[in-house]
Design a protein around this ligand. Structure first.
Ligand SMILES: OC[C@@H]1[C@@H](O)[C@H](O)[C@@H](O)c2nc(CNc3ccccc3)cn21
Length: 445
């Protein structure tokens, strides 16, 4: 491929703490809501948990050597709040903080840039029991946690992400209850979302006094396309676009929520004080883009609260998550961000696909569909770069097959297969492909 990727473009891979570390209570760590959720029968497929995951907590240094052999420029990982602050606030757990300091130092020794996510869904239970993200104090708890990490690691971590996908924390977490803490309530999501945005803004403000590098928010984005040209489907796709794509970014970039949100939530949508919306207005240094697929939307007046349903196209290629393989949607998303928010610096902080991979043969795992998915999406990103999008990096989700939340270990996104019997990491064809992409600075895609 003609190489539009600049030499300083950062190629990486992403993981998160609860999904790969295991040992959730080791060395003084406090339990998270995901530890509690996974141990609640019926919440996770097969009642699987992150108790072992990829045992990364005990294998981190070997895993960093694997990342170096793969050729990563940047590694995106998350910090487990409860390892550092077992009660979520107050006393620091030095052994937990030391784990992350060792990980960061190992990455730097291997010339891999750390990209640290402060919050990837694993709220300490101690804070959840004080109301969690529903508590108006939650932004201050988060900012204090962030400050602890900025002071401990700020000199060595060049990229910080405050919160991974506040929409997923809010909607599957508090509206439909699919993810921890598993609430199903119409009145909680608007307040949770507001507190998450305040938390992000407060952490950025603290960072501005302490750090000199880059900080941003990672958002899941999904272009919405009407299933037909009918006014009802057009309106439904516009509502779903506001609900998924514009809810958080408009608040950050413009200091206002999309009008559709008040229609969607009706009486459950509060009057937010103008002052707090002004506090939320905070561009950060970059936007992290998590892209997987698009939404094909049909009006469904009886499906509350959106009045819309997402269709699975019968003629499309699907991943095992049931998500349509739609690389054009990545170009569309990146161009949309350029045009709506005045061309902010962007990193693709997650892009990947779950497929049923075969068992290893001669130590190799063949995953041609993942190779094709990654190639198509890297090319889609290149198309956006060629049109002036300020795209600065790309991270594959995920480095390892890992704990896929409510799906357990049944959904595999990894460049490496992890043998559950002995934790052996085996590179898939997609790892070999991605190594070539990185070595050729994108040309091999
Ligand atoms: O599902 C794959 C990954 C997941 O493992 C990551 O932890 C998370 O950051 C992530 N976000 C999405 C995109 N959106 C999404 C939408 C609804 C529910 C869950 C995720 C996919 N993924």
């Amino acid at each position: 491929m003609a190489v539009p990727f600049p030499d300083d473009f950062l190629w990486g891979a992403a993981t998160s703490a609860y999904q790969i570390e295991g040992a959730p209570l080791a060395d003084g760590a406090g339990p998270s809501i995901w530890h509690r959720f996974a141990h609640t029968p019926g919440r996770v497929a097969g009642n699987e948990t992150g108790d072992l995951a990829c045992d990364h907590y005990h294998r981190a240094l070997d895993d960093v050597a694997l990342m170096a052999e793969l050729g990563l420029d940047v590694y995106r990982f998350s910090l487990a709040w409860g390892r550092v602050l077992p009660e979520g606030r107050g006393a620091v757990n030095r052994r937990g903080l030391d784990f992350y300091a060792r990980l960061v130092d190992a990455l730097l020794e291997h010339d891999i840039q750390p990209m640290a996510t402060l919050y990837h869904w694993d709220l300490p239970v101690a804070l959840h029991e004080r109301g969690g993200w529903l508590n108006p104090d939650s932004p201050h708890w988060f900012a204090d946690y962030a400050e602890t990490l900025f002071r401990a690691l700020g000199d060595r971590v060049p990229f910080w992400i405050t919160i991974n996908e506040p929409w997923v924390v809010t909607v599957p977490g508090y509206l439909d209850g699919q993810l921890a803490p598993g609430h199903r309530d119409l009145f909680e999501p608007p307040r949770v979302a507001h507190h998450l945005l305040l938390a992000h803004a407060e952490a950025v403000a603290v960072y501005r006094t302490l750090g000199r590098q880059q900080i941003g928010l990672a958002v899941n984005l999904e272009p919405q396309h009407p299933a037909s040209p009918s006014p009802a489907d057009l309106e439904a796709s516009r509502r779903r676009d506001a609900f998924i794509n514009r809810w958080f970014l408009d608040a950050l970039m413009f200091g206002r929520y999309p009008e559709e949100l008040a229609d969607i939530f009706g009486p459950a949508w509060p009057e937010f004080p103008a002052k707090s919306l002004e506090q939320i207005r905070c561009r950060g240094d970059f936007v992290g883009v998590n892209y997987y697929s698009r939404g094909l939307v049909r009006a469904a007046p009886d499906v509350a609260p959106l009045g819309a349903v997402r269709l699975t196209p019968s003629d499309a290629e699907l991943t095992t998550m049931g998500w349509e393989v739609y690389p054009k949607g990545l170009t569309e998303t990146l161009l949309w961000l350029r045009d709506r928010y005045a061309n902010p610096p962007l990193y693709i902080t997650e892009n990947g696909a779950a497929f049923d991979d075969p068992p290893p043969r001669n130590g190799r795992v063949e995953d041609p569909r993942r190779v094709a998915y990654l190639r198509a999406h890297i090319r889609a990103a290149a198309k956006a770069l060629e049109q002036g999008v300020d795209l600065r990096g790309y991270c594959v989700w995920s480095l390892f097959d890992n704990f896929e939340w409510a799906e357990g270990y049944s959904k595999c996104f990894g460049l490496y297969q992890v043998d559950p019997s002995d934790q052996t990491r085996r590179p898939k064809a997609s790892a070999r492909f991605y190594r070539e992409v990185m070595a050729s600075r994108g040309a091999a895609a």
